[in-house]
Design a protein around this ligand. Structure first.
Ligand code: DOR
Ligand code: ZN
Length: 347
């Protein structure tokens, strides 16, 4: 029997939502991960440290009994964000990062930033105090093809921002293109990237071939196969600039399976099994721990988890539920389209 013991993973990009959905999904994360960076795109968004403190309390209150889990809170950057509030949030230990959503880029992003100049005050403060900026790296201009949004963002927003403020630490979240991988590899300092589980597994065919498949639709949208291969190479390389951010983003099925379905894929429950499969396929099981448990904390200046988990490779495929039931409604679980054999179990 093959086993693999690694430090307990963290998730450096997660949507937990609120209320009944939060209660329905948090156990899947806290069973598998010690910590997660919590996205602030609630309705209304988490914009002040007071909002983040209250949201953190709701998360801790929803945690199943006996689970230990540390939510790492973020603020949703707006053109009105107060640099002093951000600094207080960082100094109190509450705030781990600030999130930039270009206005209109994705779910609940209409309050995001339209004019980067208007956010420069707070970005300068973040650079000074060493608070990372997490970016949803897509432009939203209607002229730009949706499959090119990431590459155009790098050229027209991210690179100019990093030239203007080289001291700012930037996490390019959910990298989906070879352009993103190459940009991160080519920059020497202050840039890292998170990669989702699903972008290592699907390309755009999963969404469109044989009928439209809303449960494979997310943003940034999955790209061509050569991009997926570049992401796989980056994730399994051991390069400390790449780490796991699942972007697990639950929506109830009626909001996915409709004429204008929401973006988001729910992977918290089977991410560890899926990743072990991917890393085994790539002959890189010895680098799984770097991706899930070492590179992320090093980037965010945190100690890696001391606790270990042991994954066991079962001969027979293991199964996960096709859907989870939450108080908000059913949520379909990511189907990797291959049988899973790696089972997570506590060491
Ligand atoms: O697919 C996505 N879903 N991408 C995002 O950036 C947001 C997320 C959500 O909140 O549903
Ligand atoms: Zn996200």
């Amino acid at each position: 029997m093959k086993t693999l013991t690694i430090r307990r993973p963290d998730d450096w990009h997660l949507h937990l939502r609120d209320g009944a959905m939060l209660e329905g999904v948090i156990g899947d994360t806290s069973r598998n991960f010690a910590r997660a960076i919590i996205m602030p795109n609630l309705v209304p968004p988490v914009v002040t440290t007071a909002d983040a403190r209250a949201y953190r309390e709701r998360i801790m209150a929803a945690l199943p009994k006996g689970h230990r889990f540390e939510p790492l809170m973020t603020l949703y950057l707006t053109e009105e964000t107060d640099p002093a509030d951000v600094q207080r949030g960082k100094e109190s230990g509450l705030i781990t990062a600030v999130k930039l959503y270009p206005a209109g880029a994705t779910t609940n992003s209409h309050g995001g930033v339209r004019d980067m100049d208007k956010a420069m005050g707070v970005l300068e403060r973040m650079a000074k105090i060493g608070l990372p900026l997490c970016v949803h790296g897509e432009v939203t201009t209607p002229e730009v093809d949706i499959f090119d949004r990431e590459a155009v963002f790098i050229e027209t927003v991210l690179d100019p921002l990093r030239r203007r403020l080289p001291e700012l630490k930037v996490t390019m979240e959910h990298v989906t293109t070879k352009d993103g991988v190459d940009y991160i590899i080519s920059s020497r300092t202050n840039l890292a990237g998170s990669i989702t589980t699903h972008h290592l597994i699907i390309n755009r065919n999963a969404i469109l071939v044989g009928g439209i498949k809303p449960h494979y639709y997310c943003l940034p949208v999955a790209k061509r196969e050569d991009h997926r291969l570049a992401l796989r190479a980056a994730a399994t390389s051991g390069d400390p600039r790449f780490f796991l951010g699942t972007d697990s983003a639950p929506h109830v099925d009626p909001l996915k399976e409709c004429a204008c379905g929401c973006a988001g894929i729910y992977t918290s429950i089977n991410t560890v099994s899926c990743l072990a499969h991917v890393f085994e396929e790539e002959g890189a099981l010895d680098r799984l721990e770097a991706f899930t448990s070492l590179n992320g904390p090093a980037w965010y200046g945190l100690a890696p988890n001391e606790e270990r988990i042991t994954l066991v490779r079962r001969e027979a495929p293991i199964s996960f539920p096709k859907k989870i039931e939450t108080g908000a409604g059913p949520v379909t679980v990511f189907d990797p389209m291959f049988p899973l054999h790696w089972e997570g179990a506590d060491a």
